[in-house]
Design a protein around this ligand. Structure first.
Ligand SMILES: O=C(O)C(=O)C[C@]1(C(=O)O)C=C[C@@H](O)C=C1
Length: 438
């Protein structure tokens, strides 16, 4: 895969920074070529008391649950104790809460103005590693980081998840994570799975490497178009470029259209359109959204070229703080776990859910042999552990439900590593296969 906008090599060596907001202070220490340890000092107030709770110091790896049952319970307590700070965060951000009402909203996407003339308007430049300095104070709009350039499906997902947000393009998934960690953005929206192409593994790996929490999900129908420069005919094309997921989602249709030309993977769909427009490539077409065609002055050669009209991509929303799990609406919980004595643990873990009639919506295993996980105990003492596989499971229950808590307590007994990635409202939006939301 080649990158359309290569990011410069940056020396992150000297970065030790402190970022803060009311009640929360983060210190990021560089501990390796690409790794930071983030410490969090936080002051929480009990929900029903005006007295401030004692300041709590914990490693931001608090989402990790390893070792004894009391650790799991204290991790739950940490989740529960975040009511006040989460509410403050939402209020401060002024909208775009992680609740179902927003998820189910029908926003009109107006994230980037479209120019009427042939030349397109200057669009926000994707963030690169070089831009990751502490966030300036900002206004009331929720800032949502996504990977890609304006016109990418991820931008549309950001708008669906948080209507009226300020969508911040990032040149890599990793940068979107860091933008939230460093307070440049309030949320990140990342694709994790497509109904045709399957899992986006890179983001599963990043979820584990970073300390963000899943606070919501959106399902976005993905309606692909074949774009070229105006006046170009299909017969002139020697190449089709797009995001690898988009190429795989349109593979059969392209062949049926007689387009047996070279297919090349690039970083994102809209970036492919932008690349063709910028370089005036008359022999190349892009697979991207109709919005990308509008933004980059491209013509639509073919509309709806995805192999299945029910093509849908699931995105998750990430935040620095978890949301408070509830029971008054359908919730989903995502976990990742591993066992240091092989993979036989999987059956036992699945039985913990089966016995409680908890439906699983996703199981993903990722090989992990060469990447040790640093497990941190209460005294902030870390041990590196190697696991053969990491297992990711999504189940349909809220962490506020006793059956989910009991299932996880049991899972914890079977596993050496368990982390709750988030408990969040399910996207229940009904959608029709033919609808176009890109
Ligand atoms: O390239 C884009 O436009 C993206 O937002 C990425 C992405 C993906 O990673 O799957 C998102 C939705 C579609 O499935 C195709 C591509």
């Amino acid at each position: 895969m080649h990158s359309l906008s290569p990011s410069p090599a940056i020396d992150l060596k000297s970065i030790t920074r402190t970022t803060s907001s009311p009640g929360l202070k983060l210190t990021h220490h560089r501990v390796g070529p690409t790794r930071f340890v983030t410490q969090c000092v936080s002051r929480y107030e009990p929900a029903n008391s005006s007295a401030a709770a004692p300041t709590t110091r914990f490693n931001i790896a608090a989402g990790h649950v390893g070792g004894a049952r009391h650790e799991w319970q204290s991790a739950c307590a940490i989740l529960a104790s975040k009511v006040v700070s989460q509410q403050q965060d939402t209020e401060k951000s002024g909208g775009g809460a992680d609740g179902l009402s927003n998820v189910n909203g029908h926003p009109t996407l107006d994230l980037v103005p479209v120019k009427e003339s042939n030349s397109y308007a200057p669009l926000p430049k994707p963030l690169s590693i070089a831009d990751l300095s502490p966030a300036p104070m900002h206004g009331s709009k929720l800032r949502v980081a996504y990977q890609g350039v304006p016109g990418a499906y991820s931008e549309a997902a950001a708008g669906k998840a948080y209507p009226n947000c300020e969508a911040i393009p990032c040149d890599q998934f990793e940068v979107a994570f860091q933008a939230v960690e460093l307070w440049i953005a309030d949320r990140a929206v990342l694709p994790v799975e497509n109904s045709l192409g399957g899992s986006i593994h890179r983001n599963y790996d990043l979820l584990l490497r970073h300390r963000l929490h899943i606070v919501g999900e959106v399902q976005l129908p993905v309606h692909h178009c074949l774009l070229s420069l105006p006046g170009v005919r299909k017969e002139y094309l020697t190449r089709v470029i797009s995001h690898p997921q988009a190429l795989s989602q349109c593979e059969h249709t392209l062949t049926k259209m007689g387009l047996n030309v070279a297919r090349e993977a690039v970083d994102d769909t809209a970036g492919a359109a932008e690349y063709i427009a910028t370089n005036n490539l008359r022999d190349t077409a892009a697979i991207a959204s109709a919005r990308a065609a509008e933004l980059y002055g491209m013509q639509i050669l073919a509309d709806g070229i995805q192999d299945d009209s029910g093509n849908v991509t699931r995105f998750v929303m990430l935040a620095r703080e978890p949301i408070i799990p509830r029971t008054d609406r359908p919730f989903k919980t995502s976990i990742v776990f591993a066992h240091d004595k092989g993979t036989s643990v999987l059956f036992k873990v699945l039985s913990a859910f089966a016995f409680r009639n908890i439906s699983l919506t996703k199981i993903e295993s990722r090989p992990h042999r060469n990447r040790p996980i640093r497990l941190v105990d209460d005294a902030n003492v870390g041990t590196a552990k190697h696991f053969e596989y990491m297992f990711y499971v999504d189940f349909e229950a809220s962490l506020a439900e006793a059956r989910a808590q009991n299932a996880l307590a049991e899972v914890q007994e079977f596993t050496s590593f368990l982390r709750v990635l988030g408990s969040y409202p399910m996207d229940m939006t009904p959608w029709t296969p033919s609808s176009r939301e890109d």
